[in-house]
Design a protein around this ligand. Structure first.
Ligand code: GLU
Length: 295
């Protein structure tokens, strides 16, 4: 099948190095794009300088190159997109769709992570305040290509969410929606840790009149009993000298069945096989650590 209108992307955050989970996500988005002759873009999500690890941006780019990934066009950095984010926030404020919130972290405790609406109608000025988006009392749903139907009630399960932090930094939810639309992304392929962010993004797309991409969330690594790995769990950074074996492992983690002859093959050869034989319907919904052969 050929679909030259397909535009995919990989959007790493430089708060750390690429690990096996990022490789699985990058590989899935790359193969899904290339298998139909589509474009594959790279976007550095450097929205949060205090959390950025020095040297991580360069290390991410080097790792992608070593692992054989070739992106189309120039790398886009979110740090260069602040004017677009600010203009959108202004528009949402002017339309009464977003408001300033001065709640402290302490005031927000005890609400199960769901904003109780304290500042909704307080009319605070924007200075030294977070900006929150009003969410409707609605359930959002979409059909993910791997995870299937996903539903979330924004009012009850998320609440009004932050689009600009109190320290002035722009939130991921806003930036990702604006940039995917600006770059013409038709297909978002990423880790399933972002599945529960998707309804917030659908809501923003709707408010801003932006097209909705197709979604494919690749499996997260889980414990053998099906429980999520703790946040403290991190696989190690991807080593430069293991590109071939780890790409093979990532292909298998995605349910693809590379032949034994590919053992010892170079990254370019593995990616070429992956493109020619890509079958997204084989991707499993979840993946245990043992299946990913991480230890
Ligand atoms: N920057 C996000 C991350 O590294 C991914 C964003 C996305 O793919 O939507 O987790």
């Amino acid at each position: 099948m050929n679909d030259s209108s397909y535009i995919g992307r990989f959007a790493p955050t430089p708060s750390g190095y690429l690990h096996f989970g990022s490789l699985v996500a990058a590989l899935a988005s790359y193969l899904d794009a290339r298998a139909v002759g589509g474009r594959w873009l790279l976007r550095m999500e450097d929205l949060d300088p205090p959390r950025e690890v020095a040297g991580a941006q360069d290390a991410i780019l080097r790792t992608l190159e070593t692992y054989g990934f070739e992106w189309d066009g120039e790398l886009v950095r979110q740090s260069e997109r602040h004017a677009a984010y600010a203009a959108t926030i202004e528009r949402l404020r002017a339309n009464g769709l977003a408001y300033a919130c001065i709640c402290t972290r302490k005031q927000l405790q005890g609400h199960g992570g769901i904003y109780p609406g304290t500042c909704r109608d307080a009319g605070h000025p924007d200075v030294d305040a977070a900006i929150r988006l009003r969410v409707p009392e609605l359930e959002y749903h979409f059909v993910d290509r791997v995870q299937g139907e996903y539903r979330q009630h924004l009012g009850r399960e998320v609440g009004d969410f932050v689009i600009r932090r109190r320290d002035g930094l722009f939130a991921y939810q806003l930036a990702v929606v604006l940039d995917d639309a600006w770059q013409g992304v038709t297909d978002v392929v990423r880790g399933a840790d972002l599945l529960d962010s998707t309804p917030r993004q659908l809501h923003l797309q709707e408010l801003l009149g932006l097209p909705q991409p197709r979604y494919l969330h690749v499996p997260l690594l889980v414990q053998p009993d099906g429980h999520k790995l703790g946040k403290s769990y991190r696989s190690p950074p991807l080593p430069a000298d293991q590109a071939g074996p780890l790409l093979l492992r990532a292909l298998r983690a995605l349910g693809q069945q590379p032949p034994a002859e590919l053992q010892g093959a170079a990254p370019a050869e593995l990616l070429a096989w992956g493109i020619a034989n890509w079958d997204a319907s084989r991707i499993p919904r979840s993946l245990t650590l043992a299946e990913a052969q991480l230890h």
